[in-house]
Design a protein around this ligand. Sequence first.
Ligand SMILES: *Cc1c(COP(=O)(O)O)cnc(C)c1O
Length: 351
Amino acid sequence: MSLTLTVDGARWRAHLRDLADRTPGLVPVVKGNGYGFTRGRLARRAAWLGVDTLAVGTYAELPDVASRFDGSLLVLTPWRPFVPDLEPALAKRVVHTLGRVEDVEALLARQPDARFVLELLTSMQRHGFRARELWAAAERLRSLNTGRLEGVALHLPLAQGSHLGEVHRLVNDAIGAGLRGLDTLWVSHLTSSELATVRQSYADFAIRPRIGTQLWLGDRDALRVRATVLDVHAVERGDSFGYRSRTAPKGGHLVVVSGGTAHGIGLEAPTGDHSLKSRAATVARGGMDAVGFVRSPFSIDGKQRLFAEPPHMQASMLFVPAGAHVPRIGDEVDVRVRYTATTFDHIVVTD
Ligand SMILES: *Cc1c(COP(=O)(O)O)cnc(C)c1O
């Protein structure tokens, strides 16, 4: 009765172990919906991997990982003065991200022993210091002489060409700023060959690659998502159905499956192109997309089916044209999902 993620446990764990073994200094990223697995489960996995640090996206995400993983907790969203103070036991484990001089001052005034990384603004242009601001931060840190600098952090865009030029420029800025105790670089989205080059170029530095997608979702063949067929109704051309009383453009079956907007199931892009010519061709072939049906992420017997109407909160209605195999109530159908945007009813990890 549900949307279920089944994980081939042996295969998934082998992939996690392999990536961790090939990635010294790995910092697993455990944020958002936990890449579909939930943050709590991934926090326990990070502990199993034996890493010393994991990264969460936000301060709100700390509690459910902190009770399942007992190492350091890097928060990726930069600290701001409106972030509530942490309770002392948690505060010792948290590594803050700082991106403005005034936040360096404000955090260290509130928590003089705070652990932090300084984020450098990359071509992503999201958060962080520009070179001149970094010099100012370094100067403030020298005069304050409090806090614990855990390194500098670079959040690079997803690769389109090489990141190396940008990495060298930014790291040289950081070195040039004269940050006392700087010995660690936290990076994201470097290819393994870029990572190898960075390790070689900055052999005196510890390199901490922050990885989420490639770790947790790096072996898609270990993952399978299925929905349950909840109901099936035969319809004739002209029969009305659904919330908006659409009429069936031809005979077939309505198949109600588990999985709706509450799970993150959304409308897929309409099939194909929209030119009149292609629509006419689809109509000629008897295609349903031409009458306004939209492709769904559900497939039955390997064939992706169309939504009969937009997904409901917890179920979706598909149209199966006459002549196609009709699944039975209780059957399971495959679903293609975006893991980072999906909430599963059940997650089954096989032994
Ligand atoms: C999300 C995030 C990552 C991990 O990204 P993936 O593409 O999931 O590996 C790394 N660094 C920062 C700052 C992030 O926000």
